[in-house]
Design a protein around this ligand. Structure first.
Ligand SMILES: C[S@@+](CC[C@H](N)C(=O)[O-])C[C@H]1O[C@@H](n2cnc3c(N)ncnc32)[C@H](O)[C@@H]1O
Length: 324
């Protein structure tokens, strides 16, 4: 490992040969590139910054600095994990999403940049609603949402790390969120993220299957939006995914045979909870736009069906409004 590299650089403090920031990075980039990691330089810098408690910029200004052997050992361990194709976000314990730092671990899907398109689309529609409710909210800051409240209500299905509800809640202080999730371990991670952003009074986590944890809350017909990034990989494609994805929970990926098992259920179950005119916003796979549009049309419960593209021009979100 690093110890086997020629230690030709000089420790400026002790004048003894040692491993420097620059040589450690060179070694790690080589190891990661050989292991097939797509961005070896970036990953090496993130891992070294994490191991020594510096920012990446801090590394640039310390290139000739000698590394303490304890740091070298810690860095070697991290690089070994990444070379085994464990996702960088799991090793670092967090991922940036919507400019927020979201804690992640093996029990939750790592939030993807594409999902920011879902947040953006949902946000646009919810902003229209909150203009009308803001006066009410100012007078009723401490109220919990109820069936008679005017405060907008969003239900998120399959919250995982909580990233979507947290991003929306940060942007929309008048809105209340009910976020369901099947996995108790994921609920634990989401709960830490919600605490981290002091949102526990507005983002309620509920453990259970899709809408079932909502059944006794009197939300039927009172929800302004149902939002979800459900598992949508067709089962037969799972084994073809990059090695990193196989570290993520299969329950967060597997959309059954056609990838649409959860979309079908959410499309059928949402109308019971949505207000007339309430929104359904679903993330989809790039080739699922047509199929999900058909499911929405066939249900006869929705109007204004729209497919939204991501920044790569791929279908990424389907949006529809409950008709009556
Ligand atoms: C694709 S992940 C999305 C996670 C997160 N919302 C995000 O966008 O990063 C889907 C999530 O749905 C959860 N899930 C799977 N089946 C579920 C079910 N029957 N009811 C509720 N949640 C479920 C998974 O555990 C996973 O956290």
């Amino acid at each position: 490992m690093i110890g086997s590299l020629p230690k030709t650089e000089i420790n400026l403090n002790s004048q003894l040969p040692s491993t420097t920031v620059a040589s450690a990075l060179r070694w790690a980039v080589e190891v990661l590139a050989e292991a097939g990691v797509e961005t070896p330089r970036l990953d090496a810098e993130c891992l070294l910054a994490h191991a020594v408690g510096l920012s990446r910029l801090g590394l640039y200004t310390s290139r000739a600095k000698a590394l303490d052997p304890v740091w070298v050992e810690a860095f070697e361990e991290l690089v070994g994990r990444r070379a085994g194709r464990e996702p960088l976000a799991y090793i670092l314990g967090e991922r940036e999403f919507w400019s927020l730092s979201i804690k992640v671990g093996p029990s939750v899907l790592i939030p993807r940049p594409e999902t920011e398109v879902l947040v953006e689309t949902a946000l646009e529609r919810l902003r229209q609603l909150t203009v009308h409710s803001s006066q009410f909210t100012e007078k009723n800051k401490d109220h919990q949402p109820s069936a008679i409240s005017h405060q907008p209500i969003v239900v998120e299905i399959g919250t995982g790390s909580g990233a979507i509800s947290i991003a929306l809640a940060q942007e929309l202080p008048e809105v209340y969120f009910y976020a369901t999730e099947l996995s108790p371990e994921a609920i634990q991670v989401a709960s830490e993220n919600i605490e981290r952003y002091s949102l526990s009074s507005r983002v309620l986590l509920l453990q259970g299957d899709l809408f079932s944890p909502l059944s006794l809350l009197g939300l039927e017909g009172n929800v302004d939006m149902v939002v979800s990034n459900p598992p949508y990989i067709p089962r037969g494609h799972l084994s073809l995914l990059p090695p990193e994805v196989l570290f993520e929970p299969v329950e967060a990926l597997d959309g059954s045979v056609d990838g649409l098992y959860f979309h079908k259920r959410i499309i059928i179950e949402s109308p019971r909870f949505l207000k007339p005119g309430g929104w359904l916003a679903l993330e989809i796979g790039a080739d699922q736009g047509r199929a999900v549009t058909c499911l929405l049309e066939d249900s006869k419960e929705y109007r204004g069906i729209e497919v939204v593209q991501d920044y790569a021009g791929k279908d990424r979100v389907v949006l529809a409004q409950k008709s009556h």
